[in-house]
Design a protein around this ligand. Structure first.
Ligand code: CP
Ligand code: NVA
Length: 314
């Protein structure tokens, strides 16, 4: 049975723990110069309907480091842009590739590709979710703290694809998450309900707030993201006005735990959702976080492409 990563919830808690362990091993191997090529001769197709820096480079480099290679397809240069259906395209890609990754607008497009393809489909960001980012972020928290147990995460800003992905993560992994957004910028209702339902089993504490100060009080991780996501440029002026006062600045960070780390998926807009001082300050882990996309995604690729992944990395 092929596996997809359409959203974080396509994985189980044990898979996420495995990804963190495997990412850690792959990172150590890379730093020690020990090559590991479990995807020798394999091909990953990558469709981009939106721009990308980190995701594109980390997947391309990661696939090469694992012994495979990538085929990068700009959304406007494939026949899907001229009306070839998603279903037909999925069938074609399945005849050439070992896995397919896509960055697009509608989550439904990823779901349809995954349903119709015989190969694993990976969501590289939709308007709704960014599962590869949150997996790299969980790995980063694990690396910085030694465990996810007992961590308190405060997400401050727009209730966007990152906020939704954090809700998925907290519900599944059982940590504390406070999501603070201005009114009318709350995360997706269905995702909130699903996270609350998962929390009953995992023991997570999940709160939605409209006050950034309350959200960060005693938090170990402060997370923020842009106020204007890709595809929202026409709303930029209104959004910048509505988010006034929501910046993660030093005053806000000082309300969190003394050793709290500050995270941002990047790209950042210094002076908007995060101050330059915080972004470049001693509590910021954003560069390690960006590097960890590479290691976490190598683990994701192995998990989805190699049926024996869990025998390769215990
Ligand atoms: N964080 C992230 O996905 O970055 P890119 O948009 O540069 O890929
Ligand atoms: N919320 C942002 C994340 C970018 C990685 C966006 O969708 O543009």
């Amino acid at each position: 049975m092929k596996r997809d990563l359409r959203r974080l919830l396509d994985l189980g808690r044990e898979d996420v723990e495995w990804v963190i362990r495997a990412a850690s091993r792959l990172k150590a191997d890379r730093k020690a110069g020990r090559p590991s090529k479990p995807l020798e001769g394999m091909s990953l197709g990558m469709i981009f309907q939106k721009p990308s820096t980190r995701t594109r480079v980390s997947f391309e480099v990661g696939m090469v480091q694992l012994g495979g290679h990538t085929v990068v397809l700009a959304g406007d240069q494939i026949q899907m842009s001229r009306g070839e259906t998603v279903a037909d395209s999925a069938r074609i890609f399945s005849r050439y590739l070992d896995a397919l990754a896509i960055r697009t607008f509608a989550q439904e497009q990823v779901d349809e590709l995954a349903a119709m393809a015989d190969i694993p489909v990976i969501n590289m960001l939709t308007d709704k979710y960014h599962p590869c980012q949150v997996l790299a972020d969980l790995f980063t928290i694990y690396e910085k703290r030694g465990s996810l147990a007992g961590v308190k995460v405060a997400y401050v800003g727009d209730g966007n694809n990152m906020a939704n992905s954090w809700l998925n993560a907290a519900g599944m992994m059982g940590f504390d998450l406070r999501v603070a957004t201005p009114k009318e910028y709350e995360p997706d209702t269905e995702t909130v309900e699903s996270a609350l339902s998962h929390a009953k089993e995992s023991g997570a504490s999940i709160e939605l707030l409209d006050d950034p100060k309350k959200a960060v009080a005693s938090a170990n991780v402060i997370y923020t993201d842009t106020w204007v996501s890709m595809g929202q440029d026409e709303e930029a002026k209104k959004r910048l006005a509505d988010f006034a006062g929501w910046q993660v600045d030093q005053a806000l960070v000082s309300l969190a735990a003394e050793d709290a780390i500050v995270m941002h998926c990047l790209p950042a807009h210094r002076g908007e959702e995060i101050s330059a001082e915080v972004m470049d300050g001693s509590q910021s882990v954003v560069w390690d976080q960006a590097e960890n996309r590479l290691h976490a995604q190598k683990a994701i690729l192995i998990l989805l492409i190699r049926e024996d992944a869990k025998k390769l990395f215990l």
